[in-house]
Design a protein around this ligand. Structure first.
Ligand code: DMJ
Length: 618
């Protein structure tokens, strides 16, 4: 059954549930182990040594008491024994199967990419059912679901550029880059979202440029032979068209949308969100440093500073929709919050992510300290369930949406974008939390063969049914595998690939699931399917990929674009006031016991408990 483009995020009246609040125990090492450590661990684990991230406060110890307390119920013990049989399959992943899966993921990418090139290019997206292309909806400018992202700029091709490199197809990368350089123009009437254009297009152009000019050529020769910075020029042109979004507001927060040709829309919406306004700093910062022109980074940083100042004085949390600009309404320049909902999903996700990633890329200690501060508040106010992932009693840990003004639970749902947050937790060194958080979304996927846009954990059923091929679970699965090398994550990845092939494959591409329940399709393949979903799944199985062998060399953007971490180059200060990062990074964390790689990352009774709670048949 095919449906046309009906999905929209439904706004429900927030429910306030008086959940028992449980504060997550303080784990100093977790707080202080950042990317450097995690990536070092990744390298170590590759060579067969044990992992090195652990909290000194017993991150991975005392698992046995858990089983005793949980097993005190006979019924649970019996079911745990039966689930033990099914979960024992998670413990090994044959090398041959890994190679097959690498091939499967490669095929998945090419099925989408080749069909896009055949039926849709130079339009923005492929309609995988009708086998044709799609651009902006010019007849209906208020169709934001389409027009926010499709700018008539060959979005899917641009977004997929670095996946071609990662997947090892240097010749197609060269051809694609040439097409982009020859045909792409941003002089269009399209009105697009600043955030989306930044992460999908600007980020893609910067990534492709940096890959081409890398003298080490780790992905083969990506230079068409005559390259002279044309992709950087395109990135510069696009960013210059986005820049007016910052300039005509009372707050300094960017307008959410911009006309590529005409600037700020006269009658544009004045609401933005934390992610929209505060997740530009990585791409704008890189552009600034490549051009030697600080203006882009300064604008993006100023927006982050302003947002930071708007957090609740009580909880320290942010929320998402805020008024951003001057206009016809009262308080328009004040940056007044228009919702109290704070969480880890849509509207907030990449704001947190970019605080940490901006620190990793540019080394400003303030970004890191802000990340730590807000992460602490997230743990205090959003985290529910037992205090430790793999020990003790209580419900499976979960991060819920709360009222930013008082921390009260505000909704009974989590959204699918939140599935990326375990990757951020991992980057911050919080491995056990990442394991638990990821497991929740895996369980939801396991039940439906996809992630519904919103899953109601109170009613144990989806609130919003569509799945537009989002990458978040694949992303955190990939990073968890890199950090732990636990075969469990290869099994998870395999399930993701199999479900996508079973439920989302259409005549000439992969289709958005209109409903994760009846698996009906919508005729749309979003560009992030090729730039992220396929990239993460491919990398998961391509153990020998250059990126996996050199994890400290790259940072993934929120759209999955790879940015080389050339600290000597990008960590230069703009002025003398730049300060070196003062962090508590430590390498004294004890190693994860070797046996943890041979057992489930989330202990079996807990996994079983989670499966039961989510309604997964075991
Ligand atoms: C992508 O564009 C990015 O991953 C972004 O951070 C969130 N939304 C989509 C994927 O779901």
């Amino acid at each position: 059954m095919q449906k046309k483009y009906q999905h929209e995020t439904s706004r429900k009246r927030p429910l306030v549930y008086g959940l028992h609040f449980m504060h997550f125990g303080r784990c100093k090492c977790i707080r202080h182990a950042i990317l450097v450590i995690v990536l070092a661990i990744m390298s170590l684990s590759k060579t067969g040594e044990t992992l090195a991230v652990k909290s000194p406060s017993q991150l991975f110890r005392s698992m046995l008491d858990l089983s005793q307390s949980l097993m005190s119920s006979k019924g649970l013990f019996e079911s745990a024994v039966s689930v033990s049989q099914s979960t024992s399959n998670y413990m090994h992943f044959h090398e041959d199967v890994k190679s097959q899966m690498q091939e499967e993921t490669r095929k998945m990418f090419y099925f989408g990419y080749d069909n896009y090139m055949k039926y849709a290019y130079p339009e923005d997206e492929l309609n995988p059912i009708d086998c044709n292309g799609r651009g902006p909806d010019v007849e209906n400018p208020s169709n934001l679901n389409i027009n926010d992202v499709l700018g008539d700029f060959s979005l899917t091709l641009v977004d997929a550029l670095d996946t071609l490199a990662v997947i090892g197809n240097a010749s197609e990368f060269r051809r694609a880059a040439q097409l982009v350089i020859k045909n792409l123009s941003f002089h269009k009437n399209s009105t697009v979202q600043v955030f989306e254009s930044n992460i999908r297009v600007l980020g893609a152009l910067l990534s492709a440029h940096l890959l081409i000019v890398d003298p080490e050529k780790p992905f083969g020769d990506l230079d068409p032979g005559w390259y002279d910075g044309e992709l950087l020029e395109l990135a510069h042109d696009l960013a210059s068209r986005l820049l007016p979004a910052f300039e005509e507001t009372g707050t300094g927060l960017p307008h959410p949308r911009i006309s590529l040709r005409l600037g700020v829309p006269v009658d544009g919406v004045r609401e933005t969100c934390s992610s929209g306004a505060g997740s530009l700093v990585l791409e704008f910062g890189l552009l600034s440093r490549l051009l030697g022109d600080p203006v882009y980074e300064m604008r993006a940083r100023r927006a982050v500073d302003i947002l930071w100042g708007l957090r609740s004085q009580v909880t320290g949390l942010q929320t998402w929709p805020i008024t951003s600009a001057s206009g016809n309404t009262v308080n328009v320049d004040s940056g007044r919050w228009t919702s109290k909902l704070s969480g880890l999903g849509a509207g907030m996700d990449s704001f947190y992510e970019y605080l940490l990633k901006a620190f990793i890329m540019f080394g400003d200690a303030e970004d890191y300290s802000r990340f730590n501060e807000i992460y602490e508040k997230i743990k205090i106010f959003m985290r529910k369930g037992r205090s430790r992932c793999n020990s003790g009693v209580g419900d499976h840990p979960m991060y819920v949406n709360v009222d930013m003004t008082n921390g009260n639970t505000m909704t009974g749902w989590v959204d699918s974008l939140q599935a990326a947050f375990p990757a951020v937790q991992l980057l911050a060194g919080d491995v056990e939390e990442a394991i638990c958080h990821h497991a929740l979304f895996y369980a939801i996927w396991k039940r439906y063969g996809a992630l519904p846009e919103r899953f109601n954990w109170q009613r144990s059923q989806p609130d919003v049914l569509f799945y537009p091929l989002r990458p978040e679970l694949a992303e955190s699965t990939y990073f968890l595998y890199q950090a732990t090398k636990n075969p469990f994550y290869l099994h998870v990845g395999r399930e993701l690939v199999e479900s996508l092939n079973q439920h989302a494959r259409a005549r000439c591409g992969y289709a958005t699931l209109h409903s994760v329940i009846d698996k009906s399709h919508e005729d749309r393949m979003e560009s992030f399917f090729l730039s992220e979903t396929c990239k993460y799944l491919y990398l998961l199985f391509d153990e020998n990929n250059y990126i996996n062998r050199n994890p400290m060399k790259y940072l993934f953007s929120t759209e999955g674009h790879i940015f080389p971490l050339q600290h000597g180059r990008f960590r230069k200060s703009w002025d003398a006031t730049w300060h070196a990062p003062r962090t508590n990074v430590t390498d004294t964390c004890a190693a994860i016991p070797a046996d943890r790689k041979l057992t489930l990352p989330l202990r079996q009774p807990y996994l079983h408990q989670l499966f039961q709670a989510v309604g997964v048949a075991t």
